[in-house]
Write a protein that binds this ligand. Structure first.
Ligand code: URA
Ligand code: ZN
Length: 382
């Protein structure tokens, strides 16, 4: 662990606790966990882009040994608390703010969602309590539940000692995050000082990747491009719908350094002021808060962008006091070295901070941990 004055905090780090794994093991369509003949570990199959290869292998012979299995192996990194702590220790991470990974509870039947969320959030809370001060968490909301159950869930998670916010996908209640029906939920989250960690899952429609993608390009296109575009589009829709003005206390941390928002904010602004419809409706006038202002006032960005080029754009857009280091563990393990050792997906992000902000500088330390401690109140133990 690092010294007491300088703390490294990982705010983008997931877990699938055992109860969630069991839930996925019972399912026949994605998201699911399935065993395949000849494979040591069961496979986690969650991405829409993986459904096609799952269908193919299932229609061939499910018991046939194949070298081209869909999804990723479920290693101990997905649900073991001691493994998470080992990962933290081996990468000099002092504190992790853990969250359930995608697709959260998006697929859970309405009548089950409230109880499922409650037990998963309690499981996260209990994990944090076993290592006081080292783990906090973003809770999961039962978005498919009736509105009153959803609002009650916000009340429940705010009472959990180590909860500092909620992880949220982009589908909202089924119509995206610009849905007016979500505004009461945003108000409740803001009133309870629960920060949203906005994270993609659905990407873009698979036709976008072309006919060769499934066989030849692995997960590169949906993960590298689909995920960030999904986040970008979700936040642009929230902005255009006026959500940030309607709920000025709302705070969001955007995964993957805001997708492409830092790069495209200027273009979004230009398209707004040149849009006849928005101008006629008085939505492009001078009193308007620009997307640049929202980026500096209501949005934080993680530093999971793997290069100082993207990181510098994120810093320019939101400010160095609004960036927070993350790892995306347990995703992107090393494929050619020991998983118990160093992960280059982690060292690339730490290296990007060093290259963008210098070695052992105040700004670098703020991004590596100081900002998260302040913003997410990690010095408070309730
Ligand atoms: N990172 C995530 O958080 N989820 C994925 O599905 C893949 C990478
Ligand atoms: Zn992630």
């Amino acid at each position: 662990m690092s010294s007491s004055t300088y703390r490294v905090v990982d705010i983008h780090t997931h877990m699938y606790p055992p109860a969630y794994v069991q839930l996925l093991e019972t399912r026949n369509s994605i998201p699911l966990i399935r065993k395949f003949a000849g494979a040591k570990e069961p496979r986690l199959i969650i991405l829409p882009a993986e459904a096609e290869s799952l269908d193919k292998i299932t229609s061939e012979d499910p018991d046939k040994t194949s070298s081209h299995l869909p999804g990723r192996p479920v290693t101990t990194h997905y649900s073991s608390l001691s493994q998470k702590i080992h990962f933290m220790d081996s990468h000099q991470i002092d504190i992790s703010v853990i969250s359930l990974a995608n697709p959260w509870l998006d697929f859970v039947a309405s009548e089950d969602a409230g109880e499922t969320a409650k037990s998963i959030n309690q499981e996260f809370s209990d994990m944090c309590a076993t290592v006081p001060g080292r783990l906090f968490f973003f809770a999961t909301l039962p978005l498919t539940a009736p509105p009153e159950t959803l609002l009650a869930a916000v009340g429940h998670v705010r009472s959990l000692k180590y909860c500092r916010g909620v992880i949220l996908g982009t589908s909202g209640l089924g119509k995206g995050l610009d849905d007016p029906a979500l505004v009461p939920v945003f108000h409740a989250l803001a009133a309870n000082k629960l920060t949203i960690f906005l994270h993609p899952h659905y990407g873009l429609p698979s036709e976008v990747w072309g006919p060769r993608a499934t066989e030849e390009y692995g997960h590169v296109l949906p993960l590298a491009l689909g995920f960030p575009m999904e986040t970008t589009i979700a936040v642009a829709r929230m902005y255009l719908a006026g959500v940030f003005d309607q709920v000025p206390e709302l705070r969001l941390i955007l995964a993957h350094s805001g997708g492409t928002l830092p790069f495209l904010a200027g273009r979004i602004e230009s398209c707004i002021v040149h849009d006849g419809h928005l101008v006629r409706e008085g939505k492009a006038g001078s009193g308007r808060r620009t997307i640049w202002q929202v980026l500096r006032e209501q949005i934080y960005l993680d530093a999971v962008v793997y290069s100082e080029v993207g990181l510098k754009a994120a810093i320019d857009a939101s400010g160095v006091d609004r960036l927070m280091f993350g790892t995306d563990h347990p995703f992107f393990p090393p494929l050619n070295s020991d998983e118990q050792g160093e992960w280059e997906s982690v060292t690339w992000n730490a290296e990007a901070v060093r290259k963008a902000l210098g070695d052992a500088t105040d700004c670098g330390r703020a991004v590596m941990g100081g900002n998260a401690i302040e913003v997410l109140r990690l010095h408070e133990d309730s």
